[in-house]
Design a protein around this ligand. Sequence first.
Ligand code: HEM
Length: 149
Amino acid sequence: MRTASAAAMEIVKSTAPALEKHGLAITNAMYARLLQDAEIASLFDRAAQESGEQPRRLAGAILAYARNIDKLQNLGAAVQRMVARHVETGVRPEHYPHVANALLPAIRDVLGAEVATDEVLAAWGEAYWMLADILISAESQAYEDAVAA
Ligand code: HEM
């Protein structure tokens, strides 16, 4: 499990309000990047048939959780919901870099390089991978349980 450093957590918390304020623009920029990959797009096409809400919640969740990055132990129920949805839609560990590679440039696109400096993006990268590792591990357990059942 990767854990964000204390310094990265401080940076993330200090920039979280700006990111949340621009959340919709960041989400849109992220999806424009993410859905360029056909395999990733097909995961969301399948999901869209079941849920009209569509992917928007994903980036929103990352931003909200990064804001609570020093209280991640309180996220149990929300994490279970994400895990369940990811397992239903067939999300795999190898998909996670695609979301990181879409989200971090989207943050820079929207906030600009003067606010979203290399240091800020690196801190957000640490925050992303900390949450991703929690999800990946819970999801691999859920896939194993499904095979065993
Ligand atoms: C740290 C990384 C991630 C976070 C925080 C996250 C968060 C979320 C959240 C909050 C939801 C909505 C759950 C609900 O229905 O209440 C969701 C759904 C979903 N996520 Fe993730 N996710 C992450 C990574 C990924 C990755 C890597 C993929 C695959 C590329 C992915 C694909 C999906 C899909 C297909 C759905 C269902 C969308 C729908 O309901 O229309 N997610 N995720």
